[in-house]
Ligand binder design. Sequence first.
Ligand SMILES: [Zn+2]
Length: 52
Amino acid sequence: MPSLGRPSSFTHEVVFRRCPDCQEHNIVREDDFVCAFCGSDLPAAWNVDPTT
Ligand SMILES: [Zn+2]
């Protein structure tokens, strides 16, 4: 059994963006806002989930 003392895997937030070009969902890592599928720029300030 692994210890449950402190989490070691999730040290930073995972940011999701949906590509405005190909509509694919991307996981943004290390502020690399580029679509992994088509290479388009992803919006820097936009959530996938509509909150308003
Ligand atoms: Zn794309």
